[in-house]
Design a protein around this ligand. Structure first.
Ligand code: GLV
Length: 327
């Protein structure tokens, strides 16, 4: 039997690459930057599987040009880079990498919360630039964390892990906004489900953990920021598209909200001239939430298992579109 042909769109941890190379004919895109769209198509055409990143756009025209494709294994938990409906319609399985990055992502969201609330980025920059002249009784005053109210938009796996840190470590009240209730988190964290407007107005801190889809795109816009407290800290480790970025910049500039901590933007990376990168009350990181040894190795293993299962026509370990089996 000839070994299936697969394209891997970037180098991933060895643990995953080795598994795939043992069973497939593999081409790995070697560059730091993603393959341009035309190159991605050229390399994928004729492949039975591709292992893709969140920076690779896989849409309906791409899928119709890749007739041999059986499986797309996304090296990410999010999969908004893939047209799932189009893949399902063509009988192509899609896999993702949940769970293994939950704790690392919740840690980073919490790091952003403390850093933004306590002005860590701004004060470090002052020290680096020689603007630390003396101890200032009125300088760099931030927000306390203990006993505050945190609002979670998207209380799923990562949102609940973040809420657990807020509740257990800092005795915060947890409110959340979800389409469906999360009864386990309500019990474990005394979390209260509220409508979006209530979450905006009651929360001291707001953290986004929802998918990017048609109902969440642009959810945080000027009207949403206007409802938030002037002391509010806004954290986003989910997807940049959930926020109207120019409205966030305006809210941070005018003091309508206190600060923001972002691991994601729209686009990524932002234009170097984007004011978000120079606002003293915004911390922006280059989408690093899952960047720990354990998480990335775990993602590589799951992505490899998903790819290999899809090539064999078997259920994927983490299957985004299991309905494909019913076709
Ligand atoms: C990262 O953002 C992921 O979706 O895994």
């Amino acid at each position: 039997m000839p070994r299936p042909q697969v394209f891997i769109t970037r180098r991933i941890p060895e643990i995953g690459l080795r598994k795939i190379a043992a069973a497939c004919e593999v081409e790995v895109w070697p560059d730091l930057m993603p393959p341009p769209a035309a190159v991605l198509l050229e390399k994928s055409r004729g492949c039975a599987g591709i292992l893709a990143l969140l920076t690779d756009r896989i849409d309906a025209p791409f899928l119709s040009a890749c007739a041999a494709l059986k499986v797309i294994s996304n090296f990410a938990v999010g999969h908004n880079n893939i047209d799932i409906a189009a893949a399902t319609a063509r009988g192509i399985s899609v896999g993702n990498t949940p769970d293994v990055l939950t704790e690392a992502t919740a840690d980073l969201a919490f790091a952003l919360l403390i850093a933004a609330a306590r002005r860590v980025g701004e004060s470090q920059q002052a020290a680096r630039e020689g603007r630390w002249k003396t101890w200032e009784p009125l300088g760099y005053i931030g927000q306390d964390l203990l006993g505050k109210t945190v609002g979670i938009v998207g209380l799923g796996r990562i949102g609940a892990a973040f809420a657990k840190r807020c509740r257990g470590g800092f005795d915060m009240q947890v409110v959340y906004h979800n389409r469906r209730p999360n009864r386990a988190a309500e019990q474990a964290l005394s979390a209260r489900r509220v409508d979006f407007e209530t979450l905006l107005s009651e929360s001291d801190f707001i953290s986004v953990h929802t998918d990017l889809n048609d109902s969440t795109r642009g959810l945080f816009n000027a009207a949403a920021f206007a409802r938030m407290k002037p002391t509010a800290v806004f954290i986003n480790t989910a997807r940049g598209g959930v926020v109207v970025q120019s409205d966030l910049v305006a809210a941070l500039r005018s003091g309508q909200i206190f600060a923001a901590g972002l691991d994601v933007t729209d686009p990524e990376p932002p234009d170097p001239q984007d004011p978000l990168l120079s606002l003293p009350n915004a911390i922006v990181l280059p989408h690093i939430a899952s960047a720990t040894v354990q998480s990335r190795d775990g993602m590589a293993e799951i992505a490899a298992d998903n790819l290999l299962a899809g090539l064999r026509g078997e259920p994927l370990r983490c299957w985004v579109n299991p309905e494909v089996a019913r076709r």
